[in-house]
Ligand binder design. Structure first.
Ligand code: PLP
Length: 404
């Protein structure tokens, strides 16, 4: 279902004299309920609280849900991206192509393995990795393409796959925003190449902190070993009847395991995810209808071949039509008790990357321009229609009061 086509007329309820809200609308609180709390208590009262049966069950549930060939649960998406790069053999002298419009972790992990993140620009519509920019950035040292499914909108995978094939590159997906995202009808996470998901507190499905890697079972098992000290046996199996005390270290791995307490939350969140997604789409449809007549706002897209997870609702202001800039817009919304955020300051504009590689902001003009005029408004399943209308009203008032 395309949410943008859902008929709705929220503006009837957001007339210009609607009063501002009196309590602060937090940008993105988690949606955690009795089911999650009960499952956590069950785990805390059991003899095993860290990586064990609940983590194993969560991996199985994720595998079914994502139609993934293999899954390993870890303690973050950052950990997942890190072990994936190690599993792919990426190291000093190698280059990994990363979109600049992403969270810093996508590039940081490339630094962690001693390789060079080559930051490239994004497509103006979806703000995902631009295949043309990738083509121009490939060198003989390029080893991996690392697309991000920004805001939950899938990257242009067919074009990226073709480039990867042509140049013998691996593809690693940053799927932090992408549960559940469909590309041409197929779920992100169902492919053989590695993809890393995040279950951080603000993500569509949370374990508070957590993540997983999906992909070909042999490659995923390699990721599991790298993320569990390099041990060739599951530690928890050493302590139940089926296991043995014996293990061997086959490489100096990292300690990135998920705990059964985290997995308990994830197991229950996964059962609620379809309902969460329905509500996200309702909110998106309400925003789209509420903002449709404002030329000064550029609304997020869902391209015909995409089904977004709608992790974020990113508005872009059109500065040529407004007398207010993005920062003032955010301050004014805050004054009207609406929490917002910015996703993201492009990686090439962070001091570390700017100074190490000598980037000017305008080197990646689409990312820099989008950053200068973007803001994310609240989007989560706990929003009521009243909350959404408060956001619509506050944004409309600001736009209409500041037309150029
Ligand atoms: C949240 C996020 C990450 C990191 O996820 P963690 O689970 O917090 O490590 C990586 N990439 C993107 C695009 C993210 O939004």
């Amino acid at each position: 279902m395309n949410p943008l086509s859902v008929p709705d007329s929220p503006r009837a309820s957001v007339s210009e004299d609607r009063p501002a809200r009196t309590d602060f609308l937090a940008y993105n609180p988690p949606t955690i309920g009795d089911a999650e709390r009960a499952e956590v208590m069950d785990t805390l009262q059991s003899p095993w609280v860290t990586t064990g049966p609940k983590t194993h069950a969560f991996e199985g549930a994720l595998k079914d849900y994502l139609q993934a060939p293999g899954v390993v649960a870890l303690n973050s998406c950052t950990a997942g991206l890190h072990v994936a790069l190690v599993a792919l053999g990426v190291g000093p002298g190698d280059e990994v192509i990363v979109p600049s419009m992403t969270f810093c972790a996508t590039a940081n992990v490339v630094e962690h393995v001693g390789a060079k993140p080559v930051l490239v620009d994004v497509s103006p519509d979806s703000l995902t990795l631009s295949p043309e920019a990738v083509r121009a950035a490939i060198t003989p040292r390029t080893k991996v393409l690392l697309p991000v499914h920004y805001a939950g909108h899938p990257a242009a995978m067919d074009e990226l796959d073709a480039l990867a094939e042509e140049h013998g590159l691996a593809v690693l997906e940053d799927a932090a925003h992408a549960i559940p995202t469909h590309y041409k009808g197929r779920l992100v996470g169902s492919r053989a190449n590695l993809a890393a998901f995040s279950f951080y507190a603000t993500k569509n499905l949370t374990t508070i902190e957590g993540g997983c890697v999906t992909g070909d079972p042999a490659l995923v098992e390699k990721c599991r070993i790298i993320g569990h000290h390099g041990m060739n046996r599951d530690a928890w199996k050493r302590f139940d009847r089926s296991g043995s005390w014996y293990y061997e270290v086959v490489l100096p791995g990292f300690k990135y395991n998920m705990t059964d307490v985290q997995a308990s939350i994830g197991l229950q969140q996964l059962k609620r995810l379809e309902a969460f997604q329905r509500r996200r789409r309702e909110v998106v449809a309400r925003y789209a209808a509420g903002f449709a007549d404002l030329a000064a706002l550029q609304l997020p897209v869902e391209l015909p071949w995409a089904e977004s997870s709608w992790h974020l609702y990113v508005l872009r202001l059109r500065p040529e039509l407004l007398r207010i800039d993005r920062n003032a817009f955010i301050d004014e919304l805050k004054a009207r008790n609406i929490g917002t955020s910015v996703h993201y300051l492009p990686v090439h504009m962070h001091p570390f990357y700017r100074d190490k590689y000598g980037y000017l902001p305008e080197a990646l003009p689409v990312a820099a321009d989008a950053y200068s005029r973007m803001l994310s408004v609240p989007l989560h399943p706990g929003l009521t229609d009243e909350d959404v209308d408060d956001v619509i009203h506050a944004v409309r008032r600001l736009v209409l009061a500041n037309l150029a």
